[in-house]
Design a protein around this ligand. Sequence first.
Ligand code: RNT
Ligand code: ZN
Length: 420
Amino acid sequence: MKNIKRNYALAKERYAELAVNTEQAIKTLSRVSVSLQCWQGDDVGGFEKPGTALSGDGIQVTGNYPGKARTVEELRADLEKVFSLLPGRHRLNLHALYGEFVNKPVARDQIGPEHFKGWIDWAKRNHLKLDFNATCFSHQKAETGFTLSSRDKEIRKFWVEHVKRCRKIAALMGKSQNSPCIHNLWIPDGSKDLPADRWTHRQLLKESLDEIFAIKYHRKYLKDSLESKLFGIGSESYVVGSHEFYLSYAIKNGLIVCLDLGHFHPTESVADKISAILQFSNELLLHLSRGVRWDSDHVVILNDEIRSVMEEIVRGDALKKVHLALDFFDASINRVGAWVIGARAVLKALLIALLEPQALLKKFENEKNNLTRLGLMEEAKTLPFGAVWDYYCLKNNVPAEADWLKEVQAYEKKVTGKRL
Ligand code: RNT
Ligand code: ZN
């Protein structure tokens, strides 16, 4: 602890030489909330039917590390542990299949606020705000590979009703927490092999969305976002809700687009898209994830991609416009630990961006001094941000350095490791 304070004092001096105020960076960081995905705790299982796992249609979880949450109580306990290891105040992102359908299955086109009252109360007690997602996958009515864009009118009607109900639930959450709830919509619709007709499904999706969003809620309570994807398992050749589709739809209708870091070509930069989209939209949602080969949902780590995304947000002074949410699920390692690694990596990346000698970099750029600009960018990579991070953790009474690992291990011994 003595070292943490001493290291911080030295780092603070070093940053000051580059016109960076570490105290200000810490203050800004402490005001940012990241929305944590409930689905990391049980491999996107949910509570519709106890013991069911994510079934195909577009996303997949691999691994069978013991200790996954099996009940609402277990999931909440795990989340409380995770939040206790993160500096700052954050949010919880729920999926519709996580409602409390205790002992009586409820059809997705029948769900209502009553199934989420427990979550709302729990969130209040834990000073957390909620976000929400319709669940248009892991369902018999999604098995053909099409939901909102299905050619079958009955199937479409079912999913339209589901999403309508989800938005209603989300708006209620927003109202009761005094902070808008973001409702994000991702659907798995697409096809494995070459379609002969790419047009009809997109037209049907547009019609379904028009019906869904005809119902208006105050933005104080609900903000709607749409998430595209490049391809999925079983939708390799065609995805109805592509980036162009949703970007166009969102801009035209005043909705928010959600960019998932794992949903683009590997050489495409999501960081570069932020300043483009925000010229035409007031807000953006990011699903922070890590694509590896075919999987778009590996645990987030402090890599170049996440760092450049945070840099872009900070350089554009866009922290109020960009909503940050985690989206990964890994069943092959301790799930609580995976959550913590991803969430802490995001906060670290943001801190590093806040500590960037931005004023100097922009000055050199204006002076066309490109060698110094590049040189300083290189030097900035080895500045002592770790010392600032540890100090920030200490200040927030959460484990600094690698101490969170001990806590996760103790929790495994006492709790998750005992789940059979
Ligand atoms: C799937 C999307 C989507 C899901 C969650 C569970 O590829 O990324 O966001 O991960 O809705
Ligand atoms: Zn996502």
